[in-house]
Design a protein around this ligand. Structure first.
Ligand code: PHE
Length: 339
């Protein structure tokens, strides 16, 4: 029996030396030490031994069991260490490898122009107002002295949801909204998107940006309008910039004008940018029509005011020397990276 035990130990030793995976250890434990294991079978047969031999063999059997248990345990520890080592090797991070560059975004040229213009007006004491892009016909036209079938609607054809709900064709509806909700003195600008049913080309887009301005107080004159716009033009296009007011018609201002600035390319000599004119039109303006003041609950006998609407794309094109407005919307990084 002693010999059998030694054999068992020997075989356990051999088997353990061949083990490569931790899962095999459990098989070996069962094969030797489990209920139906070899060592267990021997211990069961000990009853047949003499009283003298029993403790001796029992001692050896215990030693063999301890030996196998320990051997399995240390093999397990050895395999765990190997596994860990392999894992670490496989998951090694090369800290010398160049990292992926994260791209940092920049301001869109239209946003920076809007910001720049807003700053100029904030410096003159204006506040920023906002209004919805999905607008009522009432605010976009009706309240602005432009009833249904008024011919001025033709030039501002837009996108309609229903007969009375549309995408605003100008930022002017914000004038009416502000006048109906605030008491004079009023001094606001409103930058925002506007929409028109125009085909897209180098100078037109169905979506573009305007900045509306509105000042209402006692004794506001056309001279105030001119002075304000002059200051603005010099700030944005340079100190030597001149402005020129040409008579025009808008239903919601009287008198109305279009405002040109001396060409930013040639300074007024005449060149390709200004088509030989020396001047470039950038905005529409005028004194707020008494009908509009009345509609908005402001007494035109007491108060007067001016309003203007500036094209942002046009201003940005001048500011950066851009010839085609579509570049603003195409999101081509080669273009955007230049700002
Ligand atoms: N809303 C006008 C346009 O889009 C511009 C404008 C604004 C004119 C304010 C006068 C006063 O053409």
């Amino acid at each position: 029996m002693k010999q059998q035990l030694e054999e068992i130990m020997q075989r356990a030793k051999e088997k353990l030396s061949l083990v490569k995976e931790k899962s095999e250890l459990e098989e070996i434990r069962l094969a030797f030490l489990g209920k139906k294991g070899e060592l267990t079978a021997i211990l069961k047969g000990m009853g047949a031994l003499s009283a003298e031999e029993r403790p001796k063999i029992g001692q050896i059997a215990n030693q063999v069991r301890e030996y196998i248990e320990e051997a399995i345990e240390s093999k397990g520890i050895e395999l765990s260490a190997k596994e860990l080592e392999q894992k670490l090797k496989a998951e090694k991070v090369d800290v010398t490898m160049p990292s992926k560059k994260t791209m940092i975004g920049g301001r869109h040229p239209l946003s920076s122009v809007i910001e720049e213009i807003s700053r100029i007006f904030i410096g003159m004491g204006y506040e920023i107002a906002e209004g919805p892009e999905v607008e009522l016909d009432y605010y976009n036209f009706e309240a602005l002295n432009t009833p249904k079938n008024h011919p001025a609607r033709d030039a501002q054809d837009t996108f309609y949801f229903t007969e009375n709900i549309l995408l605003r064709s100008q930022t002017s509806p914000v004038q009416a909204r502000v006048m109906q909700s605030q008491k004079p003195p009023i001094k606001i600008i409103c930058p925002g998107k506007v929409y028109r049913a125009d085909e897209i080309d180098a100078t037109h887009s169905p979506v573009f940006h305007q900045i509306e301005g509105l000042v209402i107080d006692k004794g506001v004159t056309m001279g105030d309008l001119k002075g304000t716009l002059e200051l603005f033009a010099k700030n944005i296009f340079g100190e030597s910039t001149k402005i020129r007011l040409r008579p025009h018609h808008f239903p919601f201002t009287e008198p109305s004008c279009e405002v040109d600035v001396s060409c930013w390319s040639c300074g007024g000599e005449g060149c390709r940018t200004c088509k030989g004119e020396g001047w470039i039109e950038i905005l529409g303006a005028g004194m707020v029509h008494p009908n509009v003041l009345k509609e908005c609950g402001i007494d035109p006998e007491v108060y007067s005011g001016f309003a203007f609407g500036l094209g942002v794309e046009r201003t940005a094109m001048g500011r950066f020397g851009i010839k085609d407005l579509r570049l603003f919307y195409e999101n081509d990084l080669r273009f955007l990276k230049q700002f």
